[in-house]
Design a binder for this molecule. Structure first.
Ligand code: GLU
Length: 495
């Protein structure tokens, strides 16, 4: 197996979304599968669309998802390009800087080389002229695009201008997409694209290709939306005499309605999933199934990263759109949460409890884990209502709550008084001790089993549905449990 060099090259024009994370995952898996190198670079030459905190948020996403990036922007480069912050870590440097705005002279050099060889030219057409031409093309029913007006003009480098790539007439562009197979493009619909803008910044088409060449990238994995740009890139590679890398366009991710996944369907930014209590491994595992399958009758869906790495190949990536299901992701997240060891699950849950405003105490949460684990079905936030009773004073069970349980206040009071009497003498308050003490509560309080234990449950936790009652009481502790019973007895007596 030949080690590959892959790269993930997002633009900081927005937060990292699911499609981007999947591109990153597939590129990373391919690199790891072949023992190759995975690089990250920042494509920031579109200065008008930069989102200020996009890079920081993306790096947080990387950290959260535990991706090991082999080469990428160093901390110094992040600072130099204006994206740094105190404590920014950065990565091992690549062969060239991984931030495009730091490489402008190199792109200029390549653009000038193309101009000198007659394969690109300067163009100073005004926006008005371009507009008028576009409208005329539309009226004639032609593909809109630059008409080549400046190809034969000699535009001075001293006037504001762009540099356009001259699409050679006639030849069909044929290339092999690693996922789609042979792609054939008629150059008639390709127009002389801008490769260098008036502000001296290159467009994506030029700098992405120069970077892939300079970093010896062997495999370019990117979203399907870039497929129409690929023929242009092939022509530029040819003009420069460079060998193009293997190119693979990943299938679009769609919602259940068949439309491209967007806000309409639900969260699409990785940071949303991070904040909503998904585990990175569950999200990545599920994203792997969005566009890839092992094939050969192998239906294993839940995989460790090692298993993903061992099995991933580009050949098993589909061209057909991948349908994203939020329900299936939640299901998979449930599986991952429930199989996370106690200690680690506690650590994962804690921030969500604190964020919900609960003065949560780690050791108590840790004790609850065995009792709440199976009740965590979707996200880490499921833990909040399950342990909340430990960290907030629950409302006393008064006449209204008693009525809700179809009990007269006096009956509810008798149940609670009997319960207090039974647990007060206990020296040890383990779940088994509590259970033993309350075992005969229905008989001693003269209530049905259901009424007796539901009353105790509501008095202790403020809820009717909770983790196992004796375990909840044990973690809460004897003094606090008795206090809750006493407060309820008082509320019931006052009525
Ligand atoms: N900067 C492009 C993007 O954000 C990357 C395309 C590519 O990977 O070539 O989608």
């Amino acid at each position: 197996m030949t080690p590959v060099r892959t790269r993930f090259a997002p633009s900081p024009t927005g937060y990292l979304h699911l499609g981007g994370l999947r591109t990153m995952l597939f590129g990373w898996l391919l690199a790891r599968h072949t023992g190759g190198v995975f690089c990250y670079r920042i494509e920031d030459t579109d200065r008008t669309r930069r989102v200020p905190d996009a890079i920081r948020s993306m790096l947080d996403d990387f950290e959260w998802s535990h991706f090991d990036v082999d080469e990428g922007p160093t901390a110094e480069e992040l600072h130099e390009a204006g994206y740094g912050w105190e404590g920014a870590k950065g990565f091992h440097p690549s062969r060239v800087s991984s931030i495009q705005s730091l490489r402008l002279p190199r792109y200029k050099e390549v653009a000038e080389q193309l101009v000198a060889s007659g394969q690109a030219y300067r163009c100073d057409c005004s926006p008005e002229r371009l507009d008028a031409e576009r409208q005329a093309q539309q009226a004639r029913g032609e593909t809109a695009g630059y008409d080549g007006h400046c190809r034969t003009r000699d535009v001075s480098p001293d006037v504001p201008h762009v540099i356009r790539f001259h699409i050679p007439a006639g030849t069909k562009v044929v290339f092999n997409d690693a996922i789609r197979g042979e792609v054939i493009w008629d150059p008639v619909i390709l127009k002389d694209a801008v490769i260098m803008k008036t502000d001296g910044y290159p467009t994506y088409h030029l700098c992405s290709l120069v970077d892939d060449h300079d970093t010896e990238t062997t495999h370019v994995l990117r979203g399907e939306e870039w497929l129409p740009s690929a023929p242009l890139h092939m022509l530029i590679y040819k003009a420069l005499g460079w060998t193009p890398p293997v190119i693979a366009h990943l299938p679009v991710i769609i919602g259940k309605d068949g439309r491209k996944l967007s806000k309409r369907h639900g969260a699409t930014f990785v940071k949303n999933f991070r904040e909503d209590g998904y585990l990175p491994d569950a999200l990545l595992n599920y994203l792997l199934l969005n566009g890839w399958s092992a094939g050969g009758g192998d239906e294993q869906e839940v995989m460790t990263r090692e298993e993903m790495i061992a099995r991933f190949t580009l050949e098993q990536v589909h061209a057909a759109p991948a349908t994203f299901s939020y329900e299936k992701l939640a299901w998979m997240n449930g599986l991952y949460m429930r199989s996370t060891p106690d200690e680690q699950l506690t650590t994962l849950i804690m921030p969500f409890l604190l964020q919900a405003g609960l003065p949560a105490e780690e050791s108590q949460v840790r004790r609850m884990i065995p009792y709440i684990r199976e009740r965590m079905t979707n996200t880490l936030k499921d833990a909040i209502p399950l342990v909340e009773f430990l960290f907030v004073e629950t409302p006393a069970l008064g006449p209204q709550q008693a009525a809700d349980l179809k009990l007269a206040p006096g009956d509810a009071r008798r149940i609670l008084e009997t319960a207090v009497a039974a647990i007060r003498p206990l020296e040890s308050f383990d779940p088994a001790d509590v259970e033993r003490a309350l075992h005969n509560l229905p008989e001693t309080s003269g209530a049905s089993k259901k009424a007796a234990f539901m009353t105790v449950r509501v008095a202790v936790t403020g809820r009717k549905v909770t983790p196992p009652l004796f375990e909840c009481m044990s973690v809460l502790g004897k003094a606090r449990a008795i206090n809750r019973f006493d407060r309820s007895v008082e509320a019931l007596t006052a009525s």
